[in-house]
Write a protein that binds this ligand. Structure first.
Ligand code: NAD
Length: 483
C-alpha cells in the first residue's frame, strides 16, 4: 500500500463518531502502513482542548476498540494529532485553522493535500462548506471532503447543501459516506450476483417473486428524541441504507468494476425507479410508532418528543423499477426501532415451480448482514424415512478467524477516500433520486396529517413491528420470510 501525504481536518473531533469509529479506523490504516509519515490530523470542536488532551482521547479510543496494541505504535500514531478549538459558525476561526493546516503541511510534507471530514450535526454541513470556500481552506494538492449522513432533509435542502459543497469541491472529490456500503455482506452482493451462474441466471422477474429487506433496531430513540422527531425512520434509514441495498440488488451488471462503471449502472437503474403517487403511498406503506412497556417509554412520551408527534419510528413499504434485471419485481422493505432483535437481512424469494411432489418450500436466498454475516439458500430435498419434501439451508458463512479479520466499514471507506476510490460512496445523481422518492412519501403523509386523521400504527415494543405491515404484499401467497 502507498503512503498518502495528507492533512486531514475532522470537524467534530470530540464527537462520538470520531471517538468510536474514525480514530480506531485511522489507527488500523496506520498499522497497515497505508498512512505513516506524511500525515497529520487536526481535530476541531468548540471545547478548549490541548493537542496533548486530544492525543490522550485518541489513545483511549484505540484501547477501547483493540484487545492488544503496541503502546509505542499508539504513541507514534497519536503524535500525528493536533487540536484546534474551532466554532464552525465563527469565520475568524477558519483563519486560525488554515494557519495550522499550512504549518502542518510544511512539517509533514503533505504536498498541499487536504481531506476534510464533516463529523458533526448535519445542520452545520452547509456552514462548514461555505467557510471552507470563502476562507480558502483548500490546499494546492488534492482536496477531498467526506460528508456524513444525512445529506439534506429533503430534496430542496440536499440541493442547497450540494451547491454549497460544489462551490469548493468537484463531484469526484465529494465522498458522501454511508457506512452500510462498507459492510462485508453489502460488499458481497455484487460478487454473489455476478460470479455465480446459479444466482446470476435466475436474477430476473421470471424467477424472483419478491425481495425483502429488513433493518431492525433493538434500541429506541434513546437520548436522540429531539433530533429523531424531526427525521423519522424513512429519512433516517430508507433514504440512505435501504436504498443503497436496493440499488445493489436491482442494478444491471456494470461493464467492469471501475467506480465510473458501477455508478453508471446504478444511475441507469435509478432512472426507472417508480416514484409513488399519494394513492400508492396509502396502499403500499405502513408507518408506525412504538408503544411503551413496563420499563420503557412509548415514543410519544420519550424526552424531547412532541406528545402529538406523527414522526414514524417504523416504516414498511414497497418499490419497483421499470428497467434492469428485476424490472417489475416488488421490493418490500421495513425498518424500525424497538424490534425484537437487531438484525439486517435481505431475503430474495424465488417463485414456486410446478413439480410432481406437490407442496414444496420456496427457494429463498438470504443474506444476513448484521449481526451475523452469512448467505444461505433454502433448498428442498426428500425426507429420509417418510414420503415428502423437506427444506434445508446451504450456507456460505465465515469462520470466527475470518470474522475477526473483517475490517469495520469506516476503516474500509476511509481507505477508499485516501486512495480516491468512490465506488462505495453516493453520487449526487443517485442521492437526488432517493430524495425524490422519499419526498413523495413524506408529502403524501404530510397531507394525511393535515387532513387530521393520519394512519399511524401503534406497535408493541420488542416484537416484529405493526401487524399492518403484513398487508402490503401484492398477493396472498406473499409474506415476510423473516418473522
Ligand atoms: P456528536 O454530537 O457526538 O459530535 C458532534 C461534534 O460536533 C462534537 O465534537 C461537538 O463538540 C462538535 N460541535 C458541535 N457544535 C459545534 C460548533 N458550533 N462548532 C464546532 N464544533 C461543534 O455527533 P456524532 O454522533 O459524532 O455524529 C456526527 C455525524 O456523524 C452526524 O452527521 C451523524 O449523523 C453521523 N454518524 C454518526 C454515527 C455514530 O456512530 N456516532 C454513525 C453514522 C453517522
Amino acid at each position: 500500500m502507498k503512503n498518502i501525504p495528507v492533512i486531514m481536518i475532522i470537524f467534530g473531533g470530540s464527537g462520538d463518531l470520531a471517538h468510536r469509529k474514525l480514530y480506531p479506523s485511522l489507527f488500523n490504516l496506520y498499522e497497515q502502513g497505508l498512512i505513516h509519515d506524511n500525515f497529520a490530523v487536526i481535530g476541531t470542536a468548540r471545547r478548549p482542548w490541548s493537542h496533548e488532551y486530544l492525543r490522550e482521547q485518541v489513545s483511549d479510543a484505540i484501547h477501547e476498540t483493540h484487545d492488544q496494541v503496541d503502546e509505542n505504535e499508539v504513541k507514534a500514531f497519536a503524535s500525528h494529532f493536533y487540536y484546534q478549538s474551532h466554532d464552525v459558525t465563527n469565520v475568524e476561526h477558519y483563519v486560525t485553522l488554515k494557519k495550522l493546516a499550512q504549518e502542518l503541511d510544511d512539517r509533514y510534507s503533505a504536498q498541499g493535500n487536504c481531506l476534510f471530514y464533516m463529523a458533526m450535526a448535519p445542520r452545520f454541513f452547509g456552514t462548514i462548506a461555505t467557510h471552507i470556500n470563502d476562507q480558502h481552506l483548500t490546499g494546492s494538492g488534492f482536496n477531498r471532503i467526506v460528508v456524513e449522513k444525512p445529506f439534506g432533509h429533503d430534496l430542496v435542502s440536499a440541493e442547497q447543501l450540494n451547491k454549497e459543497i460544489t462551490a469548493s469541491f468537484d463531484e469526484n472529490d465529494i465522498f458522501r459516506i454511508d457506512h452500510y456500503l462498507g459492510k462485508e455482506m453489502i460488499q458481497n452482493i455484487m460478487p454473489m450476483r455476478f460470479t455465480n451462474p446459479l444466482i446470476k441466471n435466475i436474477w430476473s422477474g421470471e424467477y424472483i417473486k419478491n425481495i425483502q429487506i429488513t433493518l431492525a433496531e433493538r434500541l429506541g430513540v434513546e437520548a436522540r428524541g429531539g433530533y429523531y422527531d424531526t427525521s423519522g425512520a424513512l429519512r433516517d434509514m430508507v433514504q440512505n441504507h435501504i436504498f443503497q441495498i436496493i440499488t445493489l440488488l436491482a442494478m444491471p451488471e456494470p461493464k467492469d468494476l471501475s467506480s465510473d462503471s458501477v455508478h453508471k449502472a446504478k444511475q441507469e437503474l435509478l432512472k426507472s425507479l417508480i416514484i409513488p403517487t399519494p394513492e400508492e403511498v396509502k396502499k403500499n406503506f405502513v408507518r408506525g410508532q412504538y408503544l411503551g412497556s413496563d420499563t420503557t417509554f412509548a415514543y410519544k412520551k420519550e424526552p424531547n418528543v412532541d406528545p402529538d408527534s406523527t414522526t414514524e419510528t417504523y416504516v414498511a413499504g414497497k418499490t419497483k423499477f421499470t428497467s434492469g434485471p428485476i424490472a417489475g419485481v416488488p421490493i418490500y422493505f421495513r425498518t424500525g426501532k424497538e424490534f425484537k432483535e437487531k438484525k439486517t437481512r435481505i431475503d430474495i424469494v424465488l417463485k414456486h415451480i410446478n413439480n410432481p411432489y406437490g407442496q414444496a418450500h420456496s427457494n429463498n436466498i438470504t443474506i444476513e448482514v448484521d449481526p451475523e454475516s452469512k448467505i444461505y439458500i433454502t433448498i428442498n430435498g426428500k425426507k429420509i424415512d417418510e414420503p415428502g419434501i423437506r427444506s434445508e439451508d446451504l450456507t456460505y458463512a465465515f469462520s470466527k478467524e475470518e470474522m475477526a479479520k473483517v475490517p469495520d466499514g469506516y476503516e474500509r471507506l476511509l481507505h477508499d477516500v485516501f486512495v480516491n476510490d468512490s465506488t462505495n460512496f453516493t453520487h449526487w445523481s443517485e442521492l437526488k433520486r432517493y430524495w425524490e422518492f422519499i419526498d413523495a412519501v413524506e408529502d403524501a403523509w404530510q397531507k394525511e396529517n393535515e387532513a387530521g386523521n393520519p394512519e399511524i400504527a401503534q406497535y408493541l415494543p420488542y416484537r416484529m413491528g405493526p401487524k399492518e405491515a403484513d398487508n402490503i404484499f401484492e398477493s396472498p401467497t406473499e409474506h415476510w420470510i423473516y418473522e
